[in-house]
Design a protein around this ligand. Structure first.
Ligand SMILES: CC(C)(COP(=O)(O)OP(=O)(O)OC[C@H]1O[C@@H](n2cnc3c(N)ncnc32)[C@H](O)[C@@H]1OP(=O)(O)O)[C@@H](O)C(=O)NCCC(=O)NCCS
Length: 155
C-alpha cells in the first residue's frame, strides 16, 4: 500500500470548514457554526488535543484526543474521541500516522493507555484498530450510557 506523505499539526480555527466535511464523512453532518463552537472548547482545553493531517495545505484527517486522570491507579489514560481520514485519502497510511502521533502525545502527557470506542457496525475501522495493536475488550467490560438533560454549555 502506498504511504501518503502528510504533515501532522495541531488543528486550528481556520480548519473549521474542512472539519465540517470530515465530520460529514464520519457520519455526523454538521455546519460551520457548530464546528466553530466545538473548536472554542477543544482548542483551549489543556487536557485535549486535536491532531490534523495536512496534504498540500488541505486538512485530510483529524484525530481528537482527550486525557483522563485515573483515581483507582496512578496515572492518566487517553481517549480517541474521533478519528476520520478524508475518503479520497484512505488506505494510504494517514490513519496509522494519526494514531501513532496520538499515542506519542498521550505518552508525553503521562497516559498509560489509549482507548477508543467504535460502533459495532464499523467493521472496517475495527480491523484497522486491531492491526494497530488495539484489543476489543467489550466481552469483559460493559459500557453503560445514560443521556442527560442538556444544559447550556459553559466554556
Ligand atoms: C478508519 C480510518 C480512520 C483508517 O484510516 P486510513 O488512513 O484509511 O488507514 P491506514 O491506511 O492508515 O491503514 C493502517 C493500517 O490499517 C489497515 N486497514 C485500514 N483499513 C482497513 C480495513 N478496512 N480492513 C482491514 N485493515 C485495514 C491497513 O491495511 C493498514 O495496515 P498496513 O499499514 O500494515 O498496510 C479511515 O478509513 C476512516 O476515516 N474511516 C471512516 C471513519 C471511521 O470509521 N473512523 C473511525 C471511527 S471509530
Amino acid at each position: 500500500m502506498g504511504r501518503m506523505i502528510i504533515q501532522l499539526r495541531s488543528a486550528r480555527r481556520e480548519d473549521a470548514a474542512r472539519l465540517v466535511v470530515l465530520l460529514g464523512q464520519l457520519g455526523y453532518p454538521t455546519d460551520l457554526a457548530a464546528v466553530q463552537e466545538r473548536l472554542d472548547y477543544w482548542l483551549d482545553d489543556p487536557s485535549s488535543q486535536l491532531l490534523g493531517a495536512e496534504d498540500n495545505g488541505e486538512l485530510v484527517g483529524v484525530a481528537a484526543l482527550h486525557f483522563i486522570p485515573m483515581l483507582e491507579v496512578t496515572g492518566r489514560f487517553a481517549r480517541l474521541v474521533a478519528l476520520v481520514v478524508d475518503d479520497r485519502c484512505r488506505g494510504q497510511g494517514v490513519g496509522r500516522q494519526l494514531v501513532t502521533a496520538a499515542e506519542e502525545r498521550a505518552q508525553n502527557a503521562g497516559c498509560v493507555k489509549l482507548e477508543v470506542t467504535s460502533s459495532r457496525r464499523r467493521d472496517r475501522a475495527h480491523a484497522f484498530y486491531r492491526g494497530l495493536g488495539y484489543e476489543d475488550i467489550c466481552a469483559t467490560s460493559a459500557r453503560f450510557i445514560k443521556p442527560l438533560r442538556i444544559q447550556p454549555l459553559r466554556t
